[in-house]
Design a protein around this ligand. Structure first.
Ligand code: FES
Ligand code: FES
Length: 168
């Protein structure tokens, strides 16, 4: 356990997209700001009341809103942001599906939306439309009207299932 006074900084370690970072944080510093300061600026802030999901990342295998986690709480955790999805410049199937189905406009919600989709498709590889809508209900978008995001997630599911099939 780390014990620090309110005006002291604690040294924490985060593994982000496979890379280890050691940072000093005040106990009140939010994970979303720590991530952005480390250069992971895909992680966006769209609200101050935990409803928009623009700050969604995967932390220890679960999707979390990083604006509602303290940096110090995340000490020792494994985090994936959208920067960690493509491999050697090749887009992840979810990214490809968002692109091909026109599932973004301003792009501000997109990193969080893609990370939530990533988690959703790990949990449910063949989601129904209702399950997709429910699954991304913590992620707000003001541009797309959601329709193409639903199409993209269905398409991504098919692409991922095809990949799994090819690996057999
Ligand atoms: S910034 Fe809106 S939920 Fe995190
Ligand atoms: S694409 Fe603009 S908020 Fe979703």
């Amino acid at each position: 356990m780390i014990i620090v006074d309110k005006d002291q900084k604690a040294k924490i370690t985060l593994r982000i997209n496979g890379e280890t970072h050691e940072v000093e944080v005040e106990p009140r510093r939010l994970l979303v700001h720590v991530l952005r300061e480390l250069g992971y600026t895909s992680v966006h802030v769209g609200c101050d009341t935990s409803n928009c999901g623009a700050c969604t990342v995967i932390m220890n295998g679960r999707s979390v809103k990083s604006c509602t986690v303290l940096g110090i709480e995340a000490n020792g955790s494994e985090i994936t942001t959208v920067e960690g999805l493509s491999k050697d410049g090749k887009l992840h199937p979810i990214q490809e599906a968002f692109w091909e189905n026109h599932a973004l406009q301003c792009g501000y919600c997109t990193p969080g939306m893609i990370m939530e989709s990533y988690w959703l498709l790990k949990e449910k590889p063949n989601p129904t439309e209702e399950e997709i809508r429910e699954g991304i209900s913590g992620n707000l978008c003001r541009c797309t009207g959601y329709q193409n995001i639903i199409k993209a997630i269905k398409d991504a599911a098919a692409r991922l299932n095809q990949q799994a099939y090819q690996r057999l």
